[in-house]
Design a protein around this ligand. Sequence first.
Ligand code: ZN
Length: 183
Amino acid sequence: MGVSRHGFADDGACLACLYLPTGAVKNEHERVAEELRIPDAHQEIRTPLQTRRPVPEPFVRRVAAAFGVPFDALQMFVGQPVQTFYRNAICGGLMVGLTGGAHAGMAVVPMVFQSALAGIMLAADLVKHAAGMPAASTTTTRINLLRPLAPVLGDPRAKDTSGRCICCDRDFLDAYRRRYRLT
Ligand SMILES: [Zn+2]
């Protein structure tokens, strides 16, 4: 997690540069179905995900069976949107609690506190900016929560050089300059 700083129409990396995919990325319905351990159901939950349609009881029963947890523990999600079910059961850590984290195979580990820490870092950068203090010299300041705190947190990221990023697109740049009256 971390905080990054961008000018867009300068020589630095833009926000999109940092997340430019280098290969095929899974669709949301595929990722959610996998994390709910019913990967074959990805087409089935595609529309409910898009329309926030509530999940029926048989669906919740299948997820409970896939995780090996009693249906009673998940019954509260019947009739709720898929997003609510997914967010609370997986992202909120309910499944880790129910399975004791000991279920064989991959576990999705919630680290919701990292969003809070990223918010604190962003607030610190905004206070610095508002106070007229010089901006950090690196594009990104990053902390890896799975390792000890590194002595250097600055992560200089270069602008994308493949030409695929929006910051290399003349139309995007023209619109940006017009919007912020930079021309
Ligand atoms: Zn870019």
